[in-house]
Design a protein. Structure first.
Length: 63
């Protein structure tokens, strides 16, 4: 099965702690990155790729 590992999805506003909590009170990163730098999300098993269609289908079949 081929899978697209080149398209990166925007995780903002999708309950991704590694992205949504940067610079927020109670967040894990103390502040947003300095101008000119990008955020590097480093969270356990958190990926910026969409879920593979076979996984989505398996979850839907079980519900």
């Amino acid at each position: 099965m081929k899978y697209d590992f080149t398209s990166i999805m925007d995780r903002k506003g999708r309950d991704a702690i590694a992205v949504d909590m940067i610079g927020q009170p109670g967040g894990f990163a103390p502040e947003a990155p300095a101008p000119g730098f990008d955020v590097i999300p480093m969270w356990v098993a958190d990926m910026n790729f969409p879920t593979a269609p076979g996984i989505i289908k398996a979850i839907m079949d079980r519900t």
